[in-house]
Design a protein around this ligand. Sequence first.
Ligand code: PMP
Length: 450
Amino acid sequence: MIDRDRLAALLERERATYAGLHPISARHYAEATHLFGRVPMTWMNKNAAGFPLYVDRARGNRVWDVDGHEYVDFALGDTGAMAGHSPQPTLDAVAHRMSVLGGLTTMLPTPDAEWVGAELTRRFGLSRWSFALTATDANRWAIRLVRALTGRPKILVNAYCYHGSVDESLIVVGPDGEGMMRPGNVGAPVDVTETSRVAEFNDLDGLERQLAHGDVAAVLMEPALTNIGIVLPEDGYLAGVREITRRHGTLLIIDETHTFSAGPGGATALWGLEPDVLVIGKAIGGGVPCGAYGLSEELAASAEGRTDLDLVDMGGVGGTLAGNPVSVAAMRATLEHVLTDDAFAHMVATASAFTAGVEAAIDRHGLPWSVSQLGARTEYRFASPAPRNGTESAAAADEDLEDYLHVFLVNRGILLTPFHNMALMAPTTTLDDVERHHEVFEEALTDLLG
Ligand code: PMP
């Protein structure tokens, strides 16, 4: 259906256009000889054009690069900036903490922390909260706790999940239906099958089979996969997961870091989920490093009752700067004033308009693609019907096609999330911004398909 020669030629044309539009970014990249991979973090080399844009400034849902171009940003730092770039209430709270009160990191609590804990309880239902600086760390510490509390060694995740750089999560379903190391896993401490089990998303039989071994402390999952396209849960799947985990004495950790896009209380509130532990990070700090995990009342009590667990000093759960005054002030301001119920209503409506426009374009061109939306986040995938699990979704990847669409959009002032075709709406994203995307998307498809 897609003419591959034409695609290759168009991709080359768009990359040449990009290089011509971004001489200053190109120079910064060429000169960055003291950085591993030439970038501050190696994943910044995941870009469709050959070198990344260097940012000059960002505000709301707009980014400006060092070459002077303005972008409508649907990537929003892959959710870190779902509140929009530099939302004023977050800036004000952080500035107050930094410049007026002082005390960037002190190893002492500030009263904001209890406010944030109470608000997370109101939104997600879990009753005892602890903070981290990344969602990865929140997941790591949650994993340690569930291992300690159940006395079981393994964690089960879904194939092609992403929960940050968490060793236990780098496992996929192999050809024999059992777990195997995810390809490319860097420096695993032990074979991942020693620490982990895996089941496909939407596969209750697979989950049941794995939990029957009796060695799984917890299932760690997103309520919809969001890091291999969006894979939505089928009817009854999440209720089934909860029933099976309870029956096998396995705890359930729900990672809402991305699925928070579903609404003010994430998918947990929207779908009435009952996790034992909930992990969240990124967006709740409005862009300031943060992470949090919440424990059920029962779990928190049983951890606090264990005198053999060193929860205070060197036991492996914590970080010196976690819960620092700046991070906590940012979470409070962002939750109190930016990612509010009203903001979500607007973001979800804007995302629905994005979905409708992309669906219409796909239909107009008769493409075998599908679109999945989860609240403020929407994504198209080169497969129809939409993939049911991570492995199917991974198989639907088409790197050249994705790169072509991304560079085409960037060259015309639109940013999508670099790792996939995801568009996320901030409180400041407008229907005009969505319309602008649709015009450029239509142009890209017309050039490709004739
Ligand atoms: N959990 C999920 C579901 C994520 O998508 C990510 C990052 N994309 C993380 C955890 C890790 O977040 P961080 O990079 O802030 O540690």
